[in-house]
Design a protein around this ligand. Structure first.
Ligand SMILES: Nc1ncnc2[nH]cnc12
Ligand SMILES: [Zn+2]
Length: 359
């Protein structure tokens, strides 16, 4: 039997599903400067990081926390004005993701951060939808949109935004089939958003929320009990509550882990400190994702898979399980899941035929 290196011989070929990508977090410094120029947006003059794409890239290597990152994230997205800008952003993400064999992506976007700047919802949705159609036709990459609400703003504001006619129309048409909760975590517990999630649930939307990225496991419990989410974004602090860990495993809730993000935002010192082995041992389902790849060293999903392999040396069977959980936890149709299951079987089967059962 030939000898194999899983990182090089298997991971690049696995059909991947990305569940935790903020489209605004895919805005590269280069595109940011290009759009700022095109749209006559003045970037902060009192911060030397905004001198050039190179200085901004360098600044992004030194985030002190989630909130330090969010400061740059909200400034960055101020360059997005027209439908074409949103289309260019999403197309750049989809093209890059396809190179990492992403077959399906559930993509977050932050409407409140655009509406507050005077960008209307139909404009941003037109741009994102055009990029989605193009990716489906040309890249074999399907996607769904996840409308995220900003938890640092009053819950009443998220409810008012949710009930705007333009958002309601996007839910009714199926253009947007899910909601999420993001931005600063600590001090903004999920239960504050129970009314929003109750209304979204009544419409049959899929539900997720960031929890346990910086804040303790009580936030994960609140997202489950008060918001009734079917996924938890991050959830890295779950093992601090063993009883909750057992419950998440038993009920099959999917965590959308973002290993390299957690290092860039100083939640952990290195990927090896994440509880990936605990999750595997306890039977907790998770997917592996990039979060805001343009802000985190240009590390997209493939690099996150590789980082997990370097830190935890998963077996081929374990990778098969991770990819299967990601497929089953995706918010795409059954037909698409069937295609991805088939591709996963073919890729793992070809690997086993070449290298043996667990080389
Ligand atoms: N990692 C993250 N956590 C919370 N909100 C976000 N918005 C964009 N990226 C985020
Ligand atoms: Zn996130």
């Amino acid at each position: 039997m030939a000898s194999s290196n899983i990182e090089e011989d298997l991971l690049p070929f696995l059909p991947k599903c990305e569940h935790h990508i903020h489209i605004e977090g895919a805005l590269t410094p280069e595109l940011l400067f290009t759009l700022a120029k095109k749209n006559n947006i003045t970037l902060p003059t009192d911060d030397k990081a905004f001198t050039s794409p190179a200085t901004l890239t360098e600044r992004y290597r030194h985030f002190a926390s989630l909130d330090d990152f969010l400061h740059y994230y909200y400034i960055g997205m101020s360059v997005l004005i027209t439908a074409a800008d949103f289309e260019a952003l999403a197309t750049s993400y989809f093209s890059r993701a396809a190179r990492d064999t992403v077959r399906h992506a559930d993509v977050f976007f932050d409407p409140q951060a655009h509406l507050s700047r005077g960008v209307d919802y139909p404009t941003l949705l037109a741009g994102l939808s055009a990029a989605q159609s193009h990716a489906k036709q040309t890249l074999n990459l399907t996607s769904e949109l996840v409308c995220c609400f900003l938890r640092h703003l009053p819950a009443q504001a998220s409810l008012a935004t949710f009930h705007l006619p333009a958002l309601q129309a996007s839910f009714a048409s199926g253009a947007v089939r899910a909601i999420g909760l993001d931005s600063s975590e600590a001090g903004f517990p999920p239960h504050l958003f129970a009314d929003l999630y109750a209304d979204a649930r009544a419409l049959g939307l899929n539900l997720t929320a960031h929890a346990g990225e910086e804040a303790p496991p009580e936030y994960i419990r609140s997202a489950l009990d008060d918001l009734h989410v079917s996924r938890i974004d991050h959830g890295r602090r779950l093992p601090e509550d063993p009883e909750l860990l057992a419950r998440v495993a038993a009920q099959g809730t999917l965590l959308t882990l973002c290993p390299i993000s957690n290092v860039f935002l100083r939640g952990v010192g290195s990927v090896s400190e994440l509880p990936v082995r605990e999750f595997l041992d306890a039977g907790v389902k998770f997917s592996i994702n990039s979060d805001d790849p343009a802000y985190f060293g240009g590390n997209y999903i493939g690099e996150n898979y590789a980082a997990v392999q370097r830190a935890f040396a998963l077996s081929v069977g374990e990778w098969e399980g991770v990819c299967r959980a990601a497929i089953e936890g995706s918010w795409c149709g059954e037909g698409r899941k069937g295609e991805m299951r088939g591709e996963l079987e073919r890729v793992v089967g070809a690997w086993r035929a070449k290298y043996g059962d667990e080389a």
